[in-house]
Ligand binder design. Structure first.
Ligand SMILES: [Zn+2]
Length: 247
């Protein structure tokens, strides 16, 4: 991850005792800034979270959401529908929909390409559940992955593609950046000759607010290596994908 701010150099040093008195979010932020580590909405920060801190983080988020509801002039005391909303939202963010920020990458076993497979492989459609960084509104969609392995590639089990994809998408995301992040993770692990990713998704902020457009799926793709150089391979991938999408 690239460094975040140059200001990190002239920060005040804090002892462990001092840190222990701070809210968990401040402690985690301190470590991130100390390491000059970017912590945008779609970055994973699991390496900076210590044991037990996610529980503290949830309590902190709950208290802030409670304040948000208060500022929205919602009487959560007598309204039984919103009584537990702050707690539910805190759990939903930290444990579920944004868990890809706070949990380490799922363990993926890679094995050498013993059969020397070198044919186009397509994985998908993989269901995508994400949220946009702009409004924290749901993004629901599908991803297809095309791979052209070589004899030096590492192969990973089919279900692992879905797990890595889910880990990258379970963060507030921007679709263009999400596909790049997924491509980088797969490129590092599988090291294929070619990698192609297509994502098609529905952004709920387009339905729920703003233009209230009901026909607004966004499609984007990343093509690397052989998929970039070889138009026939690209065409083969896209035509197989069109057929798979209709299943
Ligand atoms: Zn949005």
């Amino acid at each position: 991850m690239p460094p975040s701010s140059p200001a990190a150099a002239d920060r005040i040093f804090r002892s462990e005792e001092e840190l222990a008195r701070l809210p968990a979010s401040e402690r985690i932020r301190y470590r991130l800034q100390d390491a000059r580590c970017r912590h945008h909405a779609n970055d994973n920060i699991a390496a900076f979270v210590r044991e037990g801190e996610l529980e503290e983080l949830k309590a902190e988020v709950q208290a802030k959401v409670q304040e948000l509801l208060h500022s929205l002039v919602i009487d959560t005391e007598s309204d039984h529908n919103t009584h537990g909303t702050a707690e539910r939202l805190a759990r939903m963010y930290v444990d579920e929909v944004f868990q890809g920020r706070y949990r380490p990458m799922p363990t993926v076993t890679e094995f050498p390409n013993a059969e020397r497979l070198n044919e186009l492989m397509i994985v998908g459609p993989i269901t995508v559940r994400s949220a946009c960084s702009h409004h924290l509104c749901p993004i629901l969609g599908r991803v297809w992955i095309g791979l052209l392995p070589n004899e030096h590639s590492n192969l990973i089990g089919l279900s692992k593609y879905a797990r890595i994809c889910d880990w990258v998408m379970s963060r507030p995301q921007i679709q263009e950046e999400a596909v790049m992040m997924l491509a980088n993770e797969l490129q590092q692990r599988v090291r294929p000759d070619g990698l192609a990713i297509v994502m098609e998704a529905d952004h709920f902020c387009m339905h729920w607010r703003g233009v209230k457009d009901n026909q607004s799926a966004m499609v984007n793709s990343v093509m690397r290596g052989a998929f970039l150089k070889d138009a026939n391979l690209r065409r083969e991938f896209l035509s197989l994908l069109a057929r798979k999408g209709k299943e």
